[in-house]
Ligand binder design. Structure first.
Ligand SMILES: Cc1ncc(COP(=O)(O)O)c(C=O)c1O
Length: 433
């Protein structure tokens, strides 16, 4: 006979067996009633969740300790949360590229961005029209290897080789932690990081990075310095309906988007810029030409397929009763933020930013911001990152965002498994303190 692992007591097995038996009986009844799959799926999910939570409550300390040993790394914003949706889409976004295809460096030489694949450009325009989050008319599209490359291309394009000194690059704190090193790592003579936009008082031209909604804190942002010689880069990586209400199409001089945070395809390394000024678009293209002689055509073709599937999921939602990508991801984010707020509100250890709901033109109703990161404050702890590392939760310190170490940024975009583990650990910390 197979030995029952000591992890499970007789009580655990009884509950599991009860859950499985009831579910089997109901499944038989349900199939007779012939009502489709939805109800059954919900019921089964609830049954299993109940059984699991019972097991969790009554499990032995050794079970808890073994999972608590694991380090969970939520320092990066790796968007693995979206994988389930794309698995469900099956072959809809599968592409086959024969060996003879995409061989040339060139894509469309009639365009300023000569390495931009026409199919990809078409799908960018279509997606922004469907979502209503950006004006594309009168804009040049510049594709980049992620929006990271486009940030560098934009800094290059907006600075002048004839200036007496490097142009200052600023962003309001807490700012995206990569901006300072992006601006300074090559010690460029063209531009230089000058810190928090709120404290910037130097006369003359400057470049301001405006991130809206903001990484790390999720608030909507406008330019902070607001002076005539300011050149603005709007980094709208998170201006998508799952993260924030879409109020109107963005209409700026230079706007950046990325597949990494919109559809979750960070590994594809595709971003795009919408650029009003022809000369700026030309210089950005030149930068990418010098840097990587264009952007992978394979990735652009894959990105075109993914963006097309997202647009179609939105367009078909009403006709086919399916769920659009944004509805799916919005609901998942809403569920996560609800769970997070419940845990944080249950104790005095932590606080979170508060947001006001606003009308979202995409969903046609009021929605709440639900950022891709939580910007968590440890109320009585000076160094929140070290404190959480002690509980085997890796986060990014507020210091890296030009803010207080009492804050940390934690990704909300990881797998269900990691997110649940995070919630359990935060809850256990609150109970301990
Ligand atoms: C605000 C912001 N901009 C740009 C990026 C870079 O994105 P990618 O290079 O993956 O397109 C990120 C990634 O986290 C981000 O949060």
């Amino acid at each position: 006979m197979v030995a029952v692992p000591s992890l499970f007591s007789l009580r655990h097995l009884l509950v599991l067996s009860l859950a499985l038996n009831v579910s089997l009986i109901l499944r038989a009844l349900y199939h007779e009633s012939g009502e489709g799959n939805k109800w059954w799926f919900c019921f089964k999910k609830k049954m299993m969740a109940d059984a699991e939570s019972w097991l969790a409550i009554s499990s032995t300390p050794s079970l808890h300790n073994s999972t608590r040993e694991k380090v969970i790394n939520l320092d990066h914003g790796d968007p693995t949360m979206y994988e389930r949706f794309w698995r469900q889409m099956g072959d809809k976004t599968t592409i086959t590229i024969p060996g003879w295809q995409s061989m040339s460096y060139l894509s469309d030489v009639s365009k300023i961005c000569w390495f931009l694949e026409p199919e990809f450009a078409t799908e960018v325009v279509r997606l922004h029209r469907v979502v209503g989050n950006a004006v594309t008319e009168g804009r040049h599209i510049v594709v980049g290897t992620g929006s990271s490359q486009l940030i560098l291309a934009a800094l290059y394009a907006l600075s002048s080789p004839h200036a007496a000194e490097p142009i200052s690059v600023v962003s309001a704190a807490p700012y995206y932690s990569s901006y300072p090193s992006m601006a300074d790592y090559q010690k460029s003579g063209l531009y230089q990081w000058a810190g928090d936009a709120e404290n910037f008082d130097k006369e003359g031209p400057y470049i301001e990075l405006v991130t809206s909604p903001n990484n790390p804190d999720g608030y909507r942002r406008k330019s902070m310095v607001n002076r005539s010689q300011g050149l603005l880069i709007h980094d709208l990586a998170y201006y998508w309906p799952q993260y924030t209400p879409i109020s109107s199409p963005s209409d700026h001089d230079l706007t950046l988007f990325t597949a990494s945070k919109s559809t979750g395809h960070a590994g594809m390394r595709i971003g795009w810029a919408l650029v009003k000024d022809k000369e700026v678009a030309k210089k950005m293209t030149k930068f990418i030409e010098l840097n990587t002689i264009g952007v992978s055509k394979d990735s652009q073709l894959r990105a075109a397929k993914v963006l097309k599937a997202v647009s179609e999921s939105c367009e078909q939602e009403n006709h086919q009763n399916g769920e659009s990508f944004f509805k799916y991801s919005y609901n998942l984010m809403a569920q996560r933020w609800k769970q997070l707020r419940e845990v944080v509100d249950a104790g005095d250890m932590f606080t979170l930013p508060q947001f006001s709901p606003a009308f979202c033109t995409f969903f046609g109703k009021e929605t709440e911001p639900q950022p891709a990161f939580m910007w968590l404050k440890c109320v009585d702890v000076e160094d929140c990152e070290t404190f959480l590392r002690g509980h085997k939760i890796l986060t990014r310190s507020g210091r890296q965002f030009g803010a207080s170490p009492k804050y940390v940024r934690i990704s909300m975009l990881d797998t269900d498994e990691t997110f649940i583990e995070l919630i359990e650990r935060l809850s256990a910390i609150q109970e301990l303190e």
